[in-house]
Design a binder for this molecule. Structure first.
Ligand code: C2E
Ligand code: CA
Ligand code: CA
Length: 673
């Protein structure tokens, strides 16, 4: 998995709704702070300007005292004041002394140029002023206390509707809050204390409260909207994620869920010591099942399979439907034995998942060992790619493709190599045919009694510029599977016939050349005519061409086979049964087929002779062939004793390394002359 894909998958995990919300919160805090700072600066300014009037009065009183002004003149400035001497004793008192002069009760000591004053609370009224770090603050609780009692005294005034002013309705909009101020009287050591009034206009307070409330309400609304948006988004994302990861048919996980979840489990550090197996489970004949039943029943079956697998899983194991009837499973296993028992159990459970059928399943298995345990497939957790793991399990399952019945297969690195090879062959086959990269090799057949050349078999070799020199065992089985083998048969027939024609024209004494005809070819009704036309196109005489049919081909459509063989014979071709005795019981075919040559399989001449039994079989096979008017060719003969024995038994020909290996055309040509 690339880093990009990993990131993409991780994104699934993260909700993307918190970003704007957090941004909004931060902005709110920032704005609130700015508003708070501005409001406090404004209050500070307002209080200072309110105080300046009172301080002004004090200055005037001090001047008047200095100038020896009368009590009456002074009380015009303030109804309550007193003067203390050097010893702090009151020398003169007018009105009532309600000044809070004890230590610590000073609200403020201020020194602005020449002007010095101290501020005190009034003992009989609550102070709305607080001192904070030399600055005056507003004590909101007591301010609201004042407002409350003001409103009590003025029934007609309403926060929401009244717009009072002294001019219009005669009600004072001012709330008076008493404060005491002290000032030194020159250098005499005497001090003047007097009571002043801070007046706050109720209209300003109302406006202030309204503005702040409006801002707060706007904030609250935006906040609630954001919150609703957040909740809606979270729900939508959750829904979307569920839909994204859920399989529409089974209701369980889908392929994305499998990769996402298994990635989380497999790459987790704390799981590094655990062993896991990734399974690819396929219901083999799902399409047939749907054809015979219905898509709805097919879906129901898939749900049944999903539940059956689920019932066998541990708490942290997972299953997902990958596609069609292919399920991906991740299980935590103790060891290989555990894996075997669990997969066997799963397989037998799945086979019985339908009430009226026994179903067949293929399980491909890929083991992931503990991280340290490299010998048993352990790899570093961070390098684990769930996609690759699943693909490996699928590759293992691919081995079972041709099996109709249930089975399981373990992944092996060789399987990948094999698949890559098959792909390479498929990629190059057509071009190879067009560029004539297939070479015809000839393996001579000798009469063991006279040691003379009696025939040859044309065998294919692939000289590929891309893939190198390739022997038929590596590509013929692939061509047989994909049908390309029929092209090869035509190619070989044409080339063998062309060579024969050339040799004849050169005056060489030609021997019959046998060409292999694959089993796949026999489904074509006009095969005999196709072969005849190919040979005729090259101009080679029919009697110099022999056709080798493998023994297994005789089991397909017997009637058609007999027909084709009869027609081929009528055109003058010789027919031989290849690989006789290689595994299929073919005595029956011998009975029915009008064959000319019997090729004894190389297996007869392999291994140690066990008390001569194989010799008896070979001798009897030659005898049987002769009784049926057939010639015999012994294949794969490598040692002299076998040659002598076969000569003794009057075997007609030997094709084996003892005489010669398959050889290029030019080399074979020399043997002809
Ligand atoms: P086959 O038709 O049974 O061919 C005989 C194989 O046995 C040849 O292998 C040959 O090289 C090998 N052989 C012969 N004598 C000896 C011996 O003494 N010792 C040993 N160890 N081997 C011996 P080759 O050429 O590799 O071909 C393998 C198979 O590939 C053939 O088996 C045939 O089934 C298929 N094949 C080869 N060429 C063609 C072709 O042109 N068309 C088709 N349809 N199949 C072909
Ligand atoms: Ca052959
Ligand atoms: Ca053979």
């Amino acid at each position: 998995m690339t880093a990009r894909q990993r990131k993409k998958r991780l994104k699934l995990k993260k909700a993307r709704v918190w970003g704007p919300f957090i941004l909004f919160l931060l902005m709110s805090v920032f704005l609130t702070a700015i508003i708070a700072i501005s409001v406090s600066a404004f209050i500070q300014y307002a209080l200072d300007s309110k105080l300046s009037g009172i301080v002004d009065t004090g200055t005037k009183m001090v001047t008047a005292i200095d100038e020896g002004g009368s009590k009456d003149a002074l009380s015009a400035y303030s109804a309550n004041y007193f003067i203390t001497d050097k010893d702090n004793s009151i020398t003169e008192l007018v009105g009532v002394n309600t000044c809070e002069t004890k230590d610590g009760d000073t609200l403020r000591s201020s020194e602005h140029g020449n002007l010095k004053y101290k501020l005190y609370s009034d003992t009989e009224s609550e102070s709305i002023l607080d001192e904070t770090d030399e600055d005056l603050g507003l004590n909101l609780r007591s301010l609201f206390g004042y407002i409350e009692s003001y409103l009590k005294d003025h029934d007609s005034i309403n926060f929401f509707t009244t717009n009072i002013s002294t001019e219009t309705n005669g009600v004072s909009p001012l709330i008076d809050i008493p404060v005491w101020i002290s000032m030194d009287i020159g250098d005499s050591g005497r001090t003047l204390y007097y009571k002043g009034t801070v007046s706050i206009n109720i209209n300003y307070v109302f406006s202030m409260i309204k503005i702040i409330a409006a801002i707060a309400i706007i904030y609250l609304i935006v906040f609630i909207l954001m919150l609703i948006n957040l909740i809606v988004n979270v729900i939508a994302q959750k829904k979307m994620r569920r839909r994204l990861l859920t399989d529409e048919i089974t209701g369980g996980g889908n392929r994305l869920f499998f990769f996402y979840k298994s990635g989380q489990i497999l790459c987790k550090r704390s799981n590094a010591k655990k062993r896991y197996a990734v399974l690819s489970i396929e219901f083999v004949k799902y399409l047939n099942y749907c054809v015979c039943h219905s898509i709805a029943e097919g879906d129901a079956l898939l749900r049944g399979i999903n539940s059956a697998i689920l019932s066998q899983l541990g708490k942290k194991d997972i299953v997902s439907r990958f596609d069609s009837a292919d399920f991906a499973v991740l299980i935590n296993v103790a060891d290989e034995n555990d894996l075997n028992t669990r997969t066997d159990k799963l397989l037998s459970l799945l086979e019985d998942v339908s009430d009226d059928h026994k179903l067949d399943f293929h399980i491909g298995i890929y083991m992931i060992g503990a991280e340290q345990d490299k010998s048993s497939g352990g790899i570093k957790r961070k390098y684990i790619d769930p996609e690759e793991c699943y693909n490996n399990a699928r590759t293992a399952r691919n081995v079972l493709l041709d099996n109709d019945s249930s089975g399981k297969a373990m992944f092996d690195e060789k399987l990948v190599e094999e698949q890559k090879w098959i792909d390479a062959v498929l990629e190059h086959q057509q071009a190879a045919l067009e560029r004539e990269e297939f070479a015809v090799y000839y393996q001579p057949k000798y009469d063991p009694r006279t040691n003379t050349l009696r025939g040859a078999e044309a065998l294919i070799r692939w000289q590929s510029p891309e893939l190198g020199f390739i022997t038929p065992y590596r590509f013929i089985p692939i061509f047989e599977k994909n049908g390309f083998i029929t092209e090869i048969d035509h190619y070989m027939l044409a080339h063998a016939a062309r060579d024969q024609k050339r040799w004849l024209d050169q005056g060489k004494s030609c021997v019959p050349i046998s060409v292999n005809i694959s089993r796949a070819h026999f489904i074509e009704e006009d095969l005999a005519e196709q072969i005849r036309d190919i040979i005729d196109a090259e101009g080679a005489p029919h009697e110099l061409i022999e056709l080798e049919l493998t023994e297994s081909a005789f089991f397909d459509d017997k009637k058609m086979m007999i027909e084709t063989i009869s027609r081929l014979k009528s055109y003058g071709f010789t027919i031989s049964m290849d690989d006789f005795g290689s595994g299929y019981s073919s005595l029956n075919s011998l009975k029915d087929m009008p064959l000319d040559v019997l090729k004894l399989d190389a297996e007869f001449f392999r291994g140690e002779s066990q008390d001569g039994r194989d010799r008896i079989v070979v001798a009897e096979a030659i005898r049987l062939a002769r009784s049926l008017n057939m010639r015999t060719v012994a294949e794969g003969v490598e040692v002299k004793e076998q040659v002598d024995f076969l000569a003794e038994q009057e075997c007609d020909m030997i094709q084996g390394y003892y005489y010669a290996k398959p050889m290029p055309r030019d080399e074979f040509e020399e043997r002809l002359s």
